[in-house]
Write a protein that binds this ligand. Structure first.
Ligand SMILES: Nc1ncnc2c1ncn2[C@@H]1O[C@H](COP(=O)(O)OP(=O)(O)OP(=O)(O)O)[C@@H](O)[C@H]1O
Ligand code: SF4
Ligand SMILES: [Mg+2]
Length: 344
Protein backbone atom coordinates (compact mmCIF):
# COMPACT_ATOMS: atom_id res chain seq x y z
CA UNK A 1 0.00 0.00 0.00
CA UNK A 2 1.23 3.52 -0.76
CA UNK A 3 2.82 5.43 2.08
CA UNK A 4 0.05 7.42 3.71
CA UNK A 5 2.19 9.09 6.35
CA UNK A 6 1.31 9.01 10.00
CA UNK A 7 -2.15 7.84 11.04
CA UNK A 8 -4.41 10.65 12.25
CA UNK A 9 -5.77 8.29 14.91
CA UNK A 10 -3.86 5.45 16.50
CA UNK A 11 -5.77 3.16 18.82
CA UNK A 12 -3.69 0.86 20.98
CA UNK A 13 -4.79 -2.05 23.18
CA UNK A 14 -8.10 -0.43 23.97
CA UNK A 15 -10.06 -2.18 26.73
CA UNK A 16 -13.50 -1.36 28.14
CA UNK A 17 -14.91 -3.60 30.85
CA UNK A 18 -18.22 -2.61 32.43
CA UNK A 19 -18.34 -3.84 36.05
CA UNK A 20 -21.17 -6.18 36.99
CA UNK A 21 -22.29 -5.49 40.53
CA UNK A 22 -24.57 -7.15 43.06
CA UNK A 23 -26.39 -5.62 46.03
CA UNK A 24 -28.09 -2.26 46.38
CA UNK A 25 -26.59 -0.72 49.48
CA UNK A 26 -23.27 -2.57 49.62
CA UNK A 27 -22.36 -3.10 46.01
CA UNK A 28 -19.83 -5.77 45.28
CA UNK A 29 -18.36 -6.44 41.86
CA UNK A 30 -19.13 -9.94 40.69
CA UNK A 31 -17.62 -9.71 37.23
CA UNK A 32 -17.32 -7.52 34.18
CA UNK A 33 -18.80 -7.24 30.71
CA UNK A 34 -15.76 -7.35 28.46
CA UNK A 35 -17.29 -5.10 25.81
CA UNK A 36 -13.99 -4.14 24.17
CA UNK A 37 -10.86 -6.17 24.78
CA UNK A 38 -7.44 -5.25 23.41
CA UNK A 39 -8.49 -3.49 20.22
CA UNK A 40 -5.82 -1.73 18.14
CA UNK A 41 -6.15 0.01 14.78
CA UNK A 42 -5.01 3.04 12.80
CA UNK A 43 -7.05 5.58 10.90
CA UNK A 44 -5.44 7.63 8.13
CA UNK A 45 -6.36 11.08 6.89
CA UNK A 46 -9.21 11.05 4.39
CA UNK A 47 -9.89 7.32 4.56
CA UNK A 48 -12.85 5.25 5.70
CA UNK A 49 -12.29 2.46 8.17
CA UNK A 50 -15.38 0.27 8.37
CA UNK A 51 -16.09 -1.72 11.51
CA UNK A 52 -18.49 -4.65 11.18
CA UNK A 53 -19.74 -7.33 13.51
CA UNK A 54 -22.86 -8.83 15.03
CA UNK A 55 -24.98 -7.04 17.62
CA UNK A 56 -23.26 -6.69 20.99
CA UNK A 57 -19.69 -7.21 19.69
CA UNK A 58 -18.60 -3.80 21.02
CA UNK A 59 -18.88 -1.50 18.01
CA UNK A 60 -20.75 1.32 19.77
CA UNK A 61 -18.48 1.03 22.78
CA UNK A 62 -15.48 1.62 20.50
CA UNK A 63 -17.27 4.68 19.08
CA UNK A 64 -17.99 6.04 22.56
CA UNK A 65 -14.38 5.53 23.60
CA UNK A 66 -13.16 7.39 20.51
CA UNK A 67 -15.55 10.23 21.36
CA UNK A 68 -14.50 10.29 25.01
CA UNK A 69 -18.08 9.51 26.01
CA UNK A 70 -16.71 6.50 27.89
CA UNK A 71 -13.40 6.19 29.70
CA UNK A 72 -11.29 3.18 28.70
CA UNK A 73 -10.42 0.58 31.35
CA UNK A 74 -6.97 0.63 29.76
CA UNK A 75 -5.31 1.40 26.45
CA UNK A 76 -4.61 4.56 24.48
CA UNK A 77 -6.13 6.64 21.72
CA UNK A 78 -3.59 8.88 20.01
CA UNK A 79 -4.81 11.78 17.92
CA UNK A 80 -1.84 13.15 15.98
CA UNK A 81 0.48 11.60 18.53
CA UNK A 82 -1.33 12.80 21.69
CA UNK A 83 -3.14 10.35 23.98
CA UNK A 84 -6.62 11.87 24.09
CA UNK A 85 -8.11 9.22 26.37
CA UNK A 86 -6.41 10.90 29.33
CA UNK A 87 -7.30 14.49 28.49
CA UNK A 88 -9.81 16.64 30.32
CA UNK A 89 -11.00 20.25 30.45
CA UNK A 90 -9.77 22.68 27.86
CA UNK A 91 -7.33 20.27 26.20
CA UNK A 92 -10.11 17.73 25.69
CA UNK A 93 -12.43 20.38 24.31
CA UNK A 94 -9.82 21.44 21.75
CA UNK A 95 -9.38 17.88 20.50
CA UNK A 96 -13.07 17.04 20.55
CA UNK A 97 -13.64 19.71 17.96
CA UNK A 98 -11.72 17.65 15.42
CA UNK A 99 -13.55 14.40 16.12
CA UNK A 100 -17.30 14.48 15.67
CA UNK A 101 -20.01 11.86 15.63
CA UNK A 102 -23.05 10.99 13.53
CA UNK A 103 -25.55 8.80 15.33
CA UNK A 104 -27.75 5.95 14.19
CA UNK A 105 -31.19 7.23 14.85
CA UNK A 106 -32.07 10.50 13.14
CA UNK A 107 -35.42 10.46 15.00
CA UNK A 108 -34.14 10.52 18.55
CA UNK A 109 -30.77 12.23 18.11
CA UNK A 110 -32.32 15.59 17.17
CA UNK A 111 -34.08 17.65 19.82
CA UNK A 112 -37.71 18.01 18.58
CA UNK A 113 -38.12 21.40 20.26
CA UNK A 114 -35.14 23.04 18.59
CA UNK A 115 -35.13 24.50 15.10
CA UNK A 116 -32.80 23.02 12.56
CA UNK A 117 -30.74 26.20 12.70
CA UNK A 118 -30.30 25.87 16.45
CA UNK A 119 -29.47 22.17 16.19
CA UNK A 120 -26.80 22.64 13.53
CA UNK A 121 -25.46 25.76 15.24
CA UNK A 122 -25.40 24.18 18.70
CA UNK A 123 -21.67 23.33 18.55
CA UNK A 124 -20.92 27.06 18.15
CA UNK A 125 -22.11 27.65 21.70
CA UNK A 126 -19.28 25.44 22.97
CA UNK A 127 -16.75 26.66 20.39
CA UNK A 128 -17.70 30.31 19.79
CA UNK A 129 -14.56 31.03 17.78
CA UNK A 130 -15.62 28.51 15.10
CA UNK A 131 -18.26 30.97 13.89
CA UNK A 132 -18.33 34.49 15.34
CA UNK A 133 -21.80 35.52 16.57
CA UNK A 134 -22.94 37.61 13.60
CA UNK A 135 -21.92 34.94 11.08
CA UNK A 136 -23.65 31.90 12.54
CA UNK A 137 -26.85 32.01 10.51
CA UNK A 138 -24.82 32.32 7.35
CA UNK A 139 -22.65 29.38 8.35
CA UNK A 140 -25.69 27.22 9.19
CA UNK A 141 -27.21 28.03 5.80
CA UNK A 142 -23.93 27.04 4.14
CA UNK A 143 -23.99 23.76 6.04
CA UNK A 144 -27.58 23.07 5.00
CA UNK A 145 -26.61 23.69 1.41
CA UNK A 146 -23.54 21.45 1.78
CA UNK A 147 -25.66 18.48 2.85
CA UNK A 148 -28.21 19.02 0.09
CA UNK A 149 -30.96 20.75 2.09
CA UNK A 150 -32.63 24.04 1.22
CA UNK A 151 -31.04 26.80 3.37
CA UNK A 152 -34.52 28.30 3.70
CA UNK A 153 -35.42 25.38 6.02
CA UNK A 154 -33.32 26.92 8.79
CA UNK A 155 -36.32 27.73 11.00
CA UNK A 156 -38.13 24.41 10.61
CA UNK A 157 -38.35 21.68 13.23
CA UNK A 158 -37.09 18.09 12.94
CA UNK A 159 -40.59 16.59 12.59
CA UNK A 160 -41.03 18.51 9.35
CA UNK A 161 -38.32 16.41 7.70
CA UNK A 162 -38.09 12.84 6.42
CA UNK A 163 -35.70 10.30 7.95
CA UNK A 164 -33.09 10.84 5.26
CA UNK A 165 -33.32 14.62 5.60
CA UNK A 166 -32.95 14.34 9.37
CA UNK A 167 -29.79 12.33 8.93
CA UNK A 168 -28.53 15.10 6.64
CA UNK A 169 -29.21 17.53 9.51
CA UNK A 170 -27.24 15.23 11.83
CA UNK A 171 -24.37 15.23 9.36
CA UNK A 172 -24.49 19.02 9.02
CA UNK A 173 -24.25 19.30 12.81
CA UNK A 174 -21.27 16.95 12.74
CA UNK A 175 -19.58 19.16 10.15
CA UNK A 176 -20.22 22.48 11.90
CA UNK A 177 -16.79 22.66 13.53
CA UNK A 178 -14.84 21.49 10.47
CA UNK A 179 -13.70 18.21 11.98
CA UNK A 180 -11.07 15.93 10.47
CA UNK A 181 -12.62 12.73 11.76
CA UNK A 182 -16.26 11.64 11.89
CA UNK A 183 -17.26 8.57 13.85
CA UNK A 184 -20.47 7.22 12.32
CA UNK A 185 -22.32 4.62 14.38
CA UNK A 186 -24.79 2.83 12.08
CA UNK A 187 -25.59 6.13 10.30
CA UNK A 188 -27.99 4.62 7.78
CA UNK A 189 -29.32 1.54 9.60
CA UNK A 190 -32.56 3.24 10.63
CA UNK A 191 -33.29 4.49 7.10
CA UNK A 192 -35.23 2.93 4.23
CA UNK A 193 -33.01 1.08 1.80
CA UNK A 194 -33.80 3.57 -0.98
CA UNK A 195 -32.67 6.46 1.22
CA UNK A 196 -29.56 4.69 2.51
CA UNK A 197 -27.79 5.02 -0.84
CA UNK A 198 -28.47 8.76 -1.01
CA UNK A 199 -27.02 9.37 2.44
CA UNK A 200 -24.01 7.16 1.70
CA UNK A 201 -23.41 9.06 -1.56
CA UNK A 202 -23.61 12.33 0.35
CA UNK A 203 -21.09 11.08 2.90
CA UNK A 204 -18.72 10.04 0.13
CA UNK A 205 -19.01 13.39 -1.59
CA UNK A 206 -18.37 15.25 1.67
CA UNK A 207 -15.39 13.04 2.38
CA UNK A 208 -13.82 13.96 -0.96
CA UNK A 209 -14.61 17.65 -0.68
CA UNK A 210 -13.51 18.05 2.94
CA UNK A 211 -10.87 15.30 3.20
CA UNK A 212 -12.68 13.69 6.12
CA UNK A 213 -11.64 10.45 7.77
CA UNK A 214 -14.55 8.19 8.73
CA UNK A 215 -14.84 5.41 11.25
CA UNK A 216 -17.93 3.81 9.77
CA UNK A 217 -19.69 1.32 12.02
CA UNK A 218 -22.37 -0.98 10.65
CA UNK A 219 -23.59 -4.53 10.68
CA UNK A 220 -24.46 -4.51 6.98
CA UNK A 221 -21.50 -5.98 5.13
CA UNK A 222 -22.41 -4.66 1.70
CA UNK A 223 -22.79 -1.07 2.91
CA UNK A 224 -19.46 -1.28 4.71
CA UNK A 225 -17.77 -2.65 1.60
CA UNK A 226 -19.24 0.11 -0.53
CA UNK A 227 -17.91 2.95 1.59
CA UNK A 228 -14.76 1.56 3.23
CA UNK A 229 -11.11 1.67 2.19
CA UNK A 230 -10.25 -0.72 4.99
CA UNK A 231 -12.43 -2.93 7.14
CA UNK A 232 -12.10 -4.31 10.66
CA UNK A 233 -14.26 -7.29 11.62
CA UNK A 234 -15.17 -7.46 15.33
CA UNK A 235 -16.24 -10.48 17.31
CA UNK A 236 -17.07 -10.41 21.01
CA UNK A 237 -15.00 -7.35 21.87
CA UNK A 238 -12.01 -8.16 19.69
CA UNK A 239 -10.88 -7.49 16.15
CA UNK A 240 -10.82 -10.75 14.23
CA UNK A 241 -9.46 -9.44 10.95
CA UNK A 242 -8.35 -6.13 9.43
CA UNK A 243 -7.54 -5.38 5.79
CA UNK A 244 -8.47 -3.45 2.68
CA UNK A 245 -11.97 -4.04 1.44
CA UNK A 246 -10.66 -6.31 -1.34
CA UNK A 247 -8.57 -8.32 1.13
CA UNK A 248 -11.44 -8.82 3.56
CA UNK A 249 -14.17 -9.53 1.03
CA UNK A 250 -12.21 -11.51 -1.57
CA UNK A 251 -9.57 -13.16 0.63
CA UNK A 252 -10.93 -13.50 4.16
CA UNK A 253 -8.67 -15.73 6.25
CA UNK A 254 -10.54 -15.69 9.58
CA UNK A 255 -13.29 -18.32 9.95
CA UNK A 256 -15.63 -15.74 11.48
CA UNK A 257 -15.31 -13.37 8.51
CA UNK A 258 -15.75 -16.28 6.14
CA UNK A 259 -18.92 -17.28 7.96
CA UNK A 260 -20.28 -13.72 7.98
CA UNK A 261 -19.68 -13.33 4.26
CA UNK A 262 -21.41 -16.55 3.40
CA UNK A 263 -24.18 -16.15 5.94
CA UNK A 264 -26.98 -15.86 3.39
CA UNK A 265 -26.78 -18.64 0.81
CA UNK A 266 -27.38 -17.58 -2.78
CA UNK A 267 -29.46 -19.83 -4.98
CA UNK A 268 -27.39 -21.63 -7.59
CA UNK A 269 -29.90 -23.18 -9.99
CA UNK A 270 -27.19 -24.76 -12.10
CA UNK A 271 -25.75 -26.52 -9.04
CA UNK A 272 -22.26 -26.14 -10.51
CA UNK A 273 -20.84 -23.97 -7.78
CA UNK A 274 -18.39 -26.02 -5.77
CA UNK A 275 -17.35 -23.24 -3.45
CA UNK A 276 -18.16 -23.78 0.19
CA UNK A 277 -21.05 -22.29 2.04
CA UNK A 278 -20.54 -21.80 5.75
CA UNK A 279 -23.43 -21.65 8.14
CA UNK A 280 -22.71 -19.70 11.30
CA UNK A 281 -24.08 -21.93 14.05
CA UNK A 282 -24.84 -21.19 17.70
CA UNK A 283 -25.24 -17.95 19.61
CA UNK A 284 -22.64 -15.37 20.51
CA UNK A 285 -21.39 -16.20 24.05
CA UNK A 286 -21.87 -13.61 26.80
CA UNK A 287 -19.16 -10.94 26.90
CA UNK A 288 -19.33 -11.30 30.72
CA UNK A 289 -17.96 -14.79 30.36
CA UNK A 290 -16.15 -15.09 27.03
CA UNK A 291 -14.50 -18.38 25.96
CA UNK A 292 -10.82 -18.82 26.86
CA UNK A 293 -8.25 -18.53 24.10
CA UNK A 294 -9.95 -17.61 20.86
CA UNK A 295 -13.35 -16.10 21.57
CA UNK A 296 -14.77 -17.55 18.37
CA UNK A 297 -13.85 -21.14 19.20
CA UNK A 298 -17.31 -22.19 20.45
CA UNK A 299 -18.70 -21.50 16.97
CA UNK A 300 -15.65 -22.35 14.87
CA UNK A 301 -15.55 -25.51 12.74
CA UNK A 302 -11.76 -25.41 12.66
CA UNK A 303 -11.14 -25.14 16.41
CA UNK A 304 -8.30 -27.26 17.89
CA UNK A 305 -6.95 -27.62 21.44
CA UNK A 306 -4.62 -24.65 21.04
CA UNK A 307 -7.62 -22.40 20.32
CA UNK A 308 -8.86 -22.85 23.91
CA UNK A 309 -5.42 -22.23 25.38
CA UNK A 310 -3.84 -19.37 23.43
CA UNK A 311 -5.40 -16.09 22.43
CA UNK A 312 -4.61 -15.69 18.71
CA UNK A 313 -2.90 -12.36 18.06
CA UNK A 314 -4.01 -10.01 15.30
CA UNK A 315 -1.12 -10.23 12.84
CA UNK A 316 -0.28 -11.15 9.26
CA UNK A 317 -0.26 -14.97 9.28
CA UNK A 318 3.21 -16.51 8.97
CA UNK A 319 2.24 -18.46 5.83
CA UNK A 320 1.25 -15.30 3.97
CA UNK A 321 4.08 -13.01 5.08
CA UNK A 322 6.00 -13.50 1.82
CA UNK A 323 2.99 -13.88 -0.43
CA UNK A 324 1.64 -11.20 -2.72
CA UNK A 325 -1.99 -12.31 -2.55
CA UNK A 326 -4.91 -10.61 -0.86
CA UNK A 327 -4.52 -13.06 2.04
CA UNK A 328 -1.58 -11.01 3.31
CA UNK A 329 -3.35 -8.98 5.96
CA UNK A 330 -3.94 -9.12 9.73
CA UNK A 331 -6.02 -12.00 11.05
CA UNK A 332 -6.41 -13.22 14.64
CA UNK A 333 -6.57 -16.97 14.01
CA UNK A 334 -4.12 -19.79 14.72
CA UNK A 335 -5.17 -21.42 11.45
CA UNK A 336 -5.83 -18.41 9.24
CA UNK A 337 -6.28 -19.54 5.66
CA UNK A 338 -7.62 -18.04 2.47
CA UNK A 339 -10.85 -19.70 1.46
CA UNK A 340 -13.00 -19.45 -1.64
CA UNK A 341 -16.44 -18.88 -0.27
CA UNK A 342 -19.83 -18.08 -1.70
CA UNK A 343 -20.60 -14.51 -0.85
CA UNK A 344 -23.82 -13.49 0.75
N1 LIG B 1 -23.04 0.98 29.94
C1 LIG B 1 -22.95 -0.36 29.85
N2 LIG B 1 -22.99 -1.14 30.95
C2 LIG B 1 -22.89 -2.47 30.87
N3 LIG B 1 -22.76 -3.15 29.71
C3 LIG B 1 -22.72 -2.43 28.57
C4 LIG B 1 -22.82 -1.00 28.57
N4 LIG B 1 -22.76 -0.57 27.29
C5 LIG B 1 -22.63 -1.67 26.52
N5 LIG B 1 -22.60 -2.78 27.29
C6 LIG B 1 -22.47 -4.17 26.81
O1 LIG B 1 -21.26 -4.23 26.07
C7 LIG B 1 -21.43 -5.10 24.95
C8 LIG B 1 -21.11 -4.35 23.68
O2 LIG B 1 -22.13 -3.39 23.46
P1 LIG B 1 -22.13 -2.39 22.21
O3 LIG B 1 -23.28 -1.49 22.36
O4 LIG B 1 -20.79 -1.76 22.10
O5 LIG B 1 -22.34 -3.41 20.99
P2 LIG B 1 -22.65 -3.10 19.46
O6 LIG B 1 -21.67 -3.89 18.66
O7 LIG B 1 -22.70 -1.64 19.21
O8 LIG B 1 -24.09 -3.74 19.25
P3 LIG B 1 -25.30 -3.29 18.28
O9 LIG B 1 -24.93 -3.80 16.91
O10 LIG B 1 -26.48 -4.00 18.83
O11 LIG B 1 -25.42 -1.81 18.33
C9 LIG B 1 -22.86 -5.62 25.03
O12 LIG B 1 -22.85 -6.86 25.67
C10 LIG B 1 -23.55 -4.58 25.86
O13 LIG B 1 -24.64 -5.17 26.56
S1 SF4 C 1 -8.08 -19.51 16.42
FE1 SF4 C 1 -9.05 -21.51 16.33
S2 SF4 C 1 -11.13 -21.21 17.11
FE2 SF4 C 1 -10.27 -19.20 16.63
S3 SF4 C 1 -10.95 -18.78 14.57
FE3 SF4 C 1 -8.94 -19.73 14.38
S4 SF4 C 1 -9.33 -21.91 14.17
FE4 SF4 C 1 -11.21 -21.00 14.90
MG1 LIG D 1 -24.20 -0.35 18.55
Amino acid sequence: MADRGEPILRVRNLVKHFPLTRGILFKSQIGAVQAVDDVSFDLYEGETLGIVGESGCGKSTVAKLLMNLEQPTSGEIFYKGEDISKLSGRALKAVRRNIQMVFQDPYTSLNPRMTVGDIIGEPFAIHPDAAPKGSRDKRVRELLDLVGLNPEYINRYPHQFSGGQRQRIGIARGLALNPEIIVCDEPVSALDVSVQAQVINLMERLQNELNLAYVFIAHDLSIVRHISDRVGVMYLGKLAEVGTDAQIYDHPTHPYTQALLSAVPQPDPEGRDTRERIILAGDVPSPANPPSGCRFRTRCWKAQDICAEEVPLLAVPERYKDSDTGAKHESACHFAEDKDIVHA
